[in-house]
Each structure stands twice: as C-alpha cells, then as structure tokens.
Design a protein around this ligand. Structure first.
Ligand code: SF4
Length: 232
C-alpha cells in the first residue's frame, strides 16, 4: 500500500466521529482543479515521502480509544489492489472506515460494500454526466459513475455525494443538472473551489470562487431532491 500522507486527527472528515485520514497515492482521474497533485501525478508522487503500512498500523494501535474512525482517501483509493486487505487490517483493530472515492470502479466498491468493510462512503460527483471528461481530464465511461451512484444509494450504509464547484466547469444550469443526475438521495454537499492552492492545471489556481449567493439560490432549487443539501 502506497501511503502518501496521514492527518493524525480530524473532527470534520467523518460526520460525528473523531477520525484520522490516510491518503493513498495514485489516481485514475486528472481533474484540472485537483489540489492533490502530489498524490496524482507520477512526477510529484515520486518526491512525496511515504509512510509504511506497518508504521501506519502502529500509529492506529496507539490511537485506540482516542480515535473512532479512519478516513481513506487519495488520490483514488479503489485503484489499489491491496485496498481490501488494508481495510480489513484497520477494521480488525476496531476502527470505523469511511471511504472517499471518485466512484469510477463500481465493482471494487461493490466488493467492499458486500463484505461490510466500509461504514460510510463519500463519492465525489465531478460534473453532470455529459461534462464528466471535461471535469476529470480523461475520457470517462459515465456508465461506471451511474453504477456507483445507484450502488451507493442502495447500499444501506451511510453516504454522501459532494461536488467541488469550479467556475470554468460548472454553471448554474449544470449544477442543477448534476443534482438531477444524483437525486433523489440522502446528502449532497457543494463546496466552492478556492484557487489559492497548487492545482493540476496551475492556471485554475488564479480563479475566483463561484459566487456564494448564487450557490445559495441553487441549493434552494435542488432542495427537493435531497434530505440534506448544503454548502460546505
Ligand atoms: S480531485 Fe480528481 S485527480 Fe484529484 S484526487 Fe480526486 S479524483 Fe483524483
């Protein structure tokens, strides 16, 4: 398992739980607005210090009783062939597991859900289906995304969908279409892209965020499709 980072404690990444977040290297998308190029682009991954799985599991053992859960994010965790075994080791230590995913490998997700290895799934929705390739920087087979959305909605486990709203990719109309592509569903969070960080396409780093007032109006329009819809 190629571990590219560890946040030792977070109160915001797993709803209602004290968690740590482990970042796995590698991704099957190249979203131009991605803040994590050190976990996505091979030329940056190679310079990223790695944490061994053994050291990470030792860290977890020490946190027993202090931390409830482990959030596994990336990059894209599901591209790792060892993910299932890695999660089993975390669950054997008694931690809840939240998986952050782009949903492009529904068969991997299904396996984890069927084997009850995940307690919460957060899936990033990048764009309305018709704009998926623009938002991810690769040619996307959107049937895979559709499958993951349905799988997660019918999984019986806690979940959320979420989208980073980027002015060069999303418009009011496309955000409403995206909500219709997902809904009806439990939870949907919109988070405005803030351009001050280093991104895969450095030009996006200079973008102004999507106007918050407009996002609030959109939330009112899509409110009927979700039990909870919020701006983060
Ligand atoms: S934002 Fe896109 S490129 Fe970056 S880690 Fe997530 S899915 Fe991969």
């Amino acid at each position: 398992m190629k571990i590219g980072g560890l946040q030792k404690v977070t109160l915001v990444d797993y709803p209602g739980k004290v968690a740590c977040t482990v970042f796995l290297s590698g991704c099957n998308f190249k979203c131009p607005f991605c803040y994590s190029r050190e976990l996505v682009l091979p030329e940056y991954i190679k310079d990223q210090p790695e944490l061994s799985e053994k050291d990470f599991l030792s860290f977890l053992k020490e946190k027993k009783g202090l931390v409830d859960a482990c959030v596994i994010c990336g990059g894209e965790p599901t591209i790792n062939p060892d993910l299932k075994e890695f999660i089993k080791k975390i669950k054997d230590l008694g931690f809840l597991v939240k998986l952050d995913t782009n949903g492009y490998l529904p068969d991997k997700l299904k396996e984890l859900i069927d084997e009850k290895l995940v307690d919460y799934i957060a899936m990033d929705i990048k764009a309305p289906f018709e704009d998926y390739s623009l938002a991810t920087g690769i040619n996307v087979d959107v049937s895979q995304i559709r499958k993951s959305i349905e799988l997660i909605k019918n999984s019986g486990i806690d979940y959320e969908f979420r989208t980073t709203i980027v002015p060069t990719i999303h418009t009011k109309e496309s955000i409403i279409q995206m909500a219709k592509d997902i809904g009806p569903a439990n939870k949907y969070f919109l988070q405005a892209f803030h351009g001050e960080k280093e991104t895969i396409n450095p030009e996006l780093g200079r973008l102004k965020p999507f106007p918050e007032e407009e996002l609030k109006e959109i939330v009112k329009e899509i409110n009927n499709l979700f039990e909870i819809v919020k701006i983060r």
